[in-house]
Design a protein around this ligand. Sequence first.
Ligand SMILES: Cc1cc2nc3c(=O)[nH]c(=O)nc-3n(C[C@H](O)[C@H](O)[C@H](O)COP(=O)(O)OP(=O)(O)OC[C@H]3O[C@@H](n4cnc5c(N)ncnc54)[C@H](O)[C@@H]3O)c2cc1C
Length: 450
Amino acid sequence: MQALRSELAQQHSALGLIGAENPAELARCSRDFFEYSPVLVPLLEGRLAQLVARPTTTAEVMAVAGACARHGVPLTCRGAGTGNYGQCVPLSGGVVLDLSALNRLRQLDPISGVIEVEAGALMGDLERDLAPAGRALRLMPSTVRSATIGGFIAGGSGGIGSLRWGFLRDPGNLLGLEVVTVEPEPRLLRLDAAGSEALNHAYGSNGILTALRLPSCDAIDWVQIVVGFGDWEQALAAAQLLLRSALELNSLCVLEDEAAAAMPWPAGCSDPVGEHRLLLLAAPAALETLPGLMQSLGGQLLWQEPQSTSKGIPLRELGWNHTTLHWRSQQKRETWTYLQLLLPQPEGPCLAALRHRWGEALVWHLEGVRNQGAGRLAALPLVHWQGREQLEQLIADCRELGAFLFNPHVLSVEDGGLGVVDADQVAAKAAYDPAGLLNPGKLRGWLERG
Ligand SMILES: Cc1cc2nc3c(=O)[nH]c(=O)nc-3n(C[C@H](O)[C@H](O)[C@H](O)COP(=O)(O)OP(=O)(O)OC[C@H]3O[C@@H](n4cnc5c(N)ncnc54)[C@H](O)[C@@H]3O)c2cc1C
């Protein structure tokens, strides 16, 4: 490691190398939000990089990649470190490559709206840069203010906008990548949409993303809407109806009364008084229909405010894993975790059975998504942690009832997703990281190859 550090320090003084002289920064750059999973904590706590490098150019990225390949040192990419499953934790130590200073919006095509952006750009900054041209990102996590676009593509899955645009891995959401390989003489490749697929959601285990080509969409000043329901079944029915409606919605979130009570509501939106809440981001035209429709379904419109003028926390920071964040901040953190499910259709019987079997151990949080072209409900229930056995039983129950699990309590790309090895991801690793130095331990297919 010392030889690698000396080599990089001599040739690239701007890399801002951090090593053992700054243990606090090494520790900060070696972790993410894995503490949401009591299963992952013992596996990841204390895993540390020996060196952090912060390149500002692709040439510097290539220098670090080449040095790691020549010295046989593991290399783990890092965006903002907001992942939930320890995706950017360096299991085998080595170098953490912090890409946050590689952050320029290189291009916005005025006709197609296609953007080319460097991987370390913060999504919140991108949003601001696109707004004057009337454009916006299609998909963003609820961490949009703090996460990088490269980290979202490599480690995220969807979020705000998934109701319209599906998930990141759906064809059309990623148009191309610029990638640095990890070899003694690294290559800078430009991959088209098909070539990029294997690197999309691979936890940076098969290539260093330096820039991305993405479609943008028309910017809409979404109206934040909160609807209250006294009855859970009515709230669920309203969500189901909205998924099938022609109303233009960018997100739909349902919070059970207990979860709603724990959220920090935007300025002007009253705190709940025992009701379940439906949170919507709706296009202005939807306002002509929504209040009457919600009333006819037993709901009461409690608050509305355009996102652009609203004060305090935006509604989009109460959904997705921000629900988990706010909930845990109100509880004894180590006693609550969560799950991520795609519910079977119709959702009612599965939800009713889980509510019956698990009672107060689960607090319900639903999100509307588009899956293979159809409106579906995902669930991110808050789960009272009663030990690993109970969690395994809960997971088994969810599967038995037809829910599809995106398991947030596992380390590998495969186990957190479809459960099966993607041969293309493994082939891309063989081609772009032949010595297996990138984020070791995260691609199960690489570890199991014959
Ligand atoms: C409160 C909270 C809410 C969240 N909400 C959502 C949500 O709505 N939707 C969602 O999908 N996720 C969500 N997440 C997870 C996380 O925020 C997203 O995945 C986010 O996009 C990660 O971005 P990041 O820059 O922090 O990436 P990091 O955490 O730094 O990295 C994520 C993964 O990408 C890899 N990586 C990073 N940059 C590169 C690069 N340039 N090249 C190659 N690999 C790279 C890392 O090695 C790691 O494997 C949430 C997390 C929290 C804590």
